[in-house]
Design a protein around this ligand. Structure first.
Ligand code: NAP
Length: 284
């Protein structure tokens, strides 16, 4: 019997996850199909019911369903609860278990980029769903302080409870001219761009939330946006002397962790990266 793994989101047609997940399944000879199921929010309960069938191994969950899926799932793990969102569901004999592999995705991509988080000061731009996973990842990775700048300050303040004894969280305005942002950038070993600015078909494809002059050499700059591969933020970071890190690595690593949970097998990372890059090249 051919098994199925679903991608639940709305819209999902632009996603490159089916490309690199199917390549990984095929490379390991696993008889399964990874299918994108376009799921408007009102159809999420019925899509989750379908996931309980014997031939379904599980699912990925993407925008805008990650938070609502947490509410509806049988057994979310502690990480998903802390972040307030799930991105991976495993069908365990009709019981739906869920976790969030975005944290592992960020940590592995930073490891690949040679970034040491231990004791680091970090600037995080953005405070949406992905930013929540970034904050939890910074805590897991041993960062000392995360300074969050977001267009809507109230949304940034909602992230503060994710900090703790070991991780200080501060909120400052997203204002290039502000001394607070300048000082935070000066002491930051890592800057993470987690807004949808710069994303193709997003709110502003040509905008970077930070200008080149705020970056410096010896600093790493991760843009979690991965379409296009070269974003305005990454261009500004490179121009300012920082090490630019694109979001494709985070995407593939979070998918690889999901793959491990559905199949119980080590993910073929090289195959996944090659397929993801080929899929991106076709869109550019
Ligand atoms: P979200 O929950 O909708 O949050 C969007 C964020 O972008 C908020 O901080 C929002 O600020 C900010 N924003 C939107 N338009 C803006 C504008 N015109 N000016 C300034 N800020 C603006 O989205 P999300 O789920 O966090 O995703 C954010 C991005 O990350 C997306 O591009 C997504 O594709 C990418 N992502 C990548 C990965 C990966 O694996 N690489 C994983 C997850 C997400 P306000 O709070 O002020 O609205």
């Amino acid at each position: 019997m051919t098994s199925t793994i679903a991608l639940l989101g709305h819209p999902v047609s632009h996603s490159i996850s089916p490309r690199f997940q199917q390549a990984a399944l095929d490379a390991l000879g696993i008889d399964a199909r990874y299918e994108a199921w376009d799921t408007p929010p009102e159809d999420l309960p019925s899509a989750l019911e379908r996931l309980r069938s014997r031939d379904l191994l599980g699912a990925n969950v993407t925008v805008p369903l990650k938070q609502e899926a947490l509410r509806l799932i049988d057994r979310p793990d502690a990480l998903a609860e802390r972040i307030g969102a799930v991105n991976t569901i495993v069908n365990a004999g009709g019981v739906l278990e869920a976790t969030n592999t975005d944290v592992a995705g960020v940590l592995r991509s930073l490891e690949d980029g040679g970034v040491d988080l231990a004791g680091a000061n970090v600037v995080l731009i953005g405070a949406g769903g992905a930013a929540r996973a970034i904050v939890v990842a910074m805590r897991e990775g041993g960062a000392a302080r995360v300074t969050i700048a977001n267009r809507t300050a109230a949304r940034a303040r909602a992230l503060v409870p994710l900090g703790g004894e070991d991780l200080e969280l501060r909120v400052i305005p997203l204002d290039h001219a502000s001394e607070q942002l300048r000082a935070a950038m000066q002491s930051a070993r890592l800057v993470v761009q987690a807004t949808s600015l710069g994303m193709r078909d997003g709110p502003d494809e040509d905008a970077s939330p930070l200008p080149a002059e705020l970056f410096h050499a010896g600093q790493a700059a991760l843009d979690i946006v991965y379409v296009p591969e070269q974003t305005p933020f990454l261009r500004a970071a490179r121009q300012g002397g920082a090490l630019p890190l694109g979001g494709l690595s985070m995407l593939v690593h979070q998918g690889a962790e999901s793959f491990r949970r559905w199949t119980g097998q080590p993910p073929p990372l090289d195959v996944m990266f090659d397929a993801a890059r080929a899929a991106l090249d076709e869109t550019s």
